[in-house]
Design a protein around this ligand. Structure first.
Ligand code: ZN
Length: 282
């Protein structure tokens, strides 16, 4: 997006991206937590020009359904297709296994082909189609992190659902499991914190890419030091600005730091498979 609304009290106005990049660094830092999509008011982010030449831009993962600004982004169709799949799955089954593995049980369709298939199915039937094979399954179906994240970003189906999600041996009700960063309640220390699936978007990473900072909560950090190198490789991150606006979901725990002024979200066992990023394409 080339334009965004700023809602900060020091600058309640519309910004063009070319104008925004010329602001002093401290103003950018102040305003970029207060950006909204011009068309639908969805929370937006600012992405600096990247080293490999991607232009600075605004973007959003929280467009309202039908927002014009959203239709131009590539992750729109993927998110829509993923969330249709999740809606369909939770209507058919009451219990799932959460799959942390890299979508190994997927059909071998490319993302593009899969997205086309899901969307055209939805368009032809108007509703979700029933597949007879799934009702006969004796083993539990699995839901992968990419599908779940898209569904969370696009709607409330999972957040309000009683469907059971199994993580290892533990069953969780979906509505108790998924927590946006904004709603995370920290425990006083790491030991007391129970695991949940936290999700939202990334505002920025620090210089060393050892911390991720959510857009939805300013005094919160996600330490990734222990697997930072692997993460950089896995997601082909060229510099820390690539992470701006990425949607993220992770299994982890939330607790206060020692000074009780910053919430920490720690990835469970510091296991890279317990975190999933959906990089922003704008
Ligand atoms: Zn929008």
């Amino acid at each position: 997006m080339h334009e965004a609304d700023c809602t900060h009290s020091d600058a309640k106005r519309k910004f063009d991206i070319l104008e925004f990049v010329l602001l002093p660094e401290w103003k950018i830092e102040r305003f970029r937590y207060h950006l909204k999509c011009l068309s639908c008011g969805g929370v937006a982010f600012y992405r600096k020009q990247s080293i490999d030449g991607k232009d600075a831009c605004f973007g959003s993962r929280y467009h309202a359904t039908g927002c014009n600004a959203e239709r131009s982004s590539r992750h729109f169709t993927i998110d829509v297709a993923n969330s249709i799949e999740v809606d369909k799955a939770i209507k058919q089954t009451n219990e799932f296994i959460l799959s942390f593995n890299d979508f190994e049980d997927e059909e071998k369709l490319s993302d593009e082909a899969r997205v086309k298939k899901v969307i055209s199915e939805k368009a032809t039937t108007g509703t979700t189609t029933k597949t007879s094979s799934s009702s006969k399954k004796t083993t539990l179906s699995s839901l992968s992190l990419d599908r779940i994240l898209s569904s969370l970003i696009r709607g409330k189906s999972l957040v309000e659902s009683d469907v059971i999600i199994r993580i290892g041996d533990f069953p969780y009700k979906a509505k108790n499991l998924f927590v946006n960063f904004e709603d995370a309640h920290p425990e006083n220390n790491a030991k007391d914190a129970k695991p949940k699936m936290y999700w939202g978007t990334i505002s920025f990473a620090n210089k060393e890419i050892s911390w991720l900072n959510p857009q939805e909560c300013k005094n919160m950090g996600i330490p990734i030091t222990k697997f930072s190198e692997k993460l950089i490789k896995k997601y082909s991150i060229n510099d820390r600005w690539d992470l701006h606006g990425a949607a993220i979901i992770l299994f982890g725990k939330c607790y206060w730091n020692k000074d009780k002024d910053r919430k920490i979200i720690e990835v469970w066992d510091n296991d890279i498979n317990k975190i999933y990023l959906s990089m922003a394409t704008v």
